[in-house]
Write a protein that binds this ligand. Structure first.
Ligand code: ATP
Ligand code: LTN
Length: 332
């Protein structure tokens, strides 16, 4: 964190269940690679998870599991800050302030709000609606330049930029206007059972979603059962959502281009290809699962990591928070 010349990257993930292959390929893998080039600040967005009802005991477990999993993916606490959002009170404060600079109309256009309110029709709470201003606050508090996320978060990055620009227009240059950092490959991993839908932590169909901590057997089974089409010819094309998705996953992990993959699987059937994709995923996730097993046993170490990061995050974010309060007219 010492090198002030480096740009700042900020991102967060909700500890709302077991981390998926989609979260990993779309976001976390980039968090890891960005650590040398950027000053990286990452958070577990636990405040965001209560927009959907959570069981308290399960939520406590999910938070620690997600913390250990992300360390296991390669987040190095010597290089990056990795803190817990609810431990840093400026996030809730900034969310309230930004709520008052965010328009009802623009929040109504958020597709995640529309999707989640359809899915949780019995609990369309105000937090679900104002979720983007909490997220905007997360990013703006740290004056982030880049926000590494999957493609589904593009709209939330746009609204963050709009809110920041509006605020700056009223009070001068308070916030850095951040940019999304969305990978070319892996930005939108689809469900293995319904490749028109994104792979999601909260998918009810367990076969559609590969979790970071799945056993090799479970991973292979899920890929072997992946929905494809009847053509049995490995190539990228319109109407081939299942194969396109598998090719995307394979290409992201191996670094092979789509042309190379098509060439390598010329004359081979979908069975061979599914096995190859499954094996590549198993090998990518194996060391992560192994490291997770050792981190999760050491709760004292996890606590030491997040307490240290929480404290620094509070210090950094308080600078922006105080500036915002002063500009608005609060007496400090
Ligand atoms: P939930 O199902 O609880 O809404 P989620 O699986 O969508 O959760 P988030 O915590 O909302 O996960 O997202 C964390 C990060 O992972 C974000 O940067 C998001 O863009 C990325 N991400 C989520 N799902 C995918 C996916 N299927 N493909 C690529 N990136 C994804
Ligand atoms: N809303 C994000 C998680 C999130 C986030 C953030 C991502 C919360 N705060 C700040 C980037 C920056 C999601 O993935 N659903």
């Amino acid at each position: 964190m010492e090198n002030e010349k480096k740009q700042i990257a900020f991102s967060a993930i909700q500890p709302s269940g077991t981390i998926t292959l989609g979260n990993y390929l779309g976001a976390i893998r980039n968090w890891v690679t960005m650590q040398d080039e950027y000053n990286c600040i990452y958070a577990l967005a636990d405040l965001h998870t209560i927009t959907v009802r959570q069981d308290p005991a399960q939520m406590r477990k999910n938070i620690l599991d997600a913390y250990a999993s992300i360390l296991a993916c390669g987040i190095d606490t010597e290089k990056s800050l990795f803190f817990i959002q609810s431990h840093v009170h400026t996030h809730a404060e900034m969310a309230w302030v930004l709520d008052c600079y965010t328009q009802f109309g623009e929040l109504s256009r958020m597709t995640q709000f529309k999707d989640k309110s359809a899915k949780h029709a019995d609990n369309i709470n105000a937090g679900l609606f104002t979720y983007p201003s909490l997220m905007a606050g997360d990013i703006l508090l740290y004056q982030a330049d880049k926000v590494p996320v999957g493609a589904d978060q593009q709209q939330h990055i746009e609204i963050t930029r709009d809110i920041a620009t509006r605020f700056n227009g009223l009070y001068g240059n308070v916030f850095k206007i951040p940019e999304g950092f969305i990978p070319k490959n892996g930005a939108r991993v689809m469900s293995l059972q319904d490749p028109t839908k994104k792979m999601s932590k909260s998918d009810e169909n367990v076969n559609g979603c590969v979790h970071l901590l799945d056993s090799p057997e479970a991973i292979m089974r899920k890929f072997k059962r992946a929905i494809t089409d009847s053509e049995a010819h490995v190539h990228y094309g319109e109407g081939k959502d299942g194969i396109n998705n598998l090719m995307g996953i394979y290409s992201t992990i191996t670094g092979l281009s789509f042309e190379q993959i098509e060439h390598d699987f010329e004359g081979k059937g979908y069975g061979d290809f599914k096995t190859a994709v499954g094996e590549a995923v198993v090998e990518e996730l194996r060391p992560i699962r192994e490291r997770y097993e050792s981190y999760i046993k050491d709760k004292a170490y996890l606590e030491e990591c997040y307490r240290k990061a929480d404290e620094i995050a509070l210090k950094i974010s308080s600078r922006t928070m105080n500036k915002v309060m002063k500009k608005i007219g609060f007496i400090l």
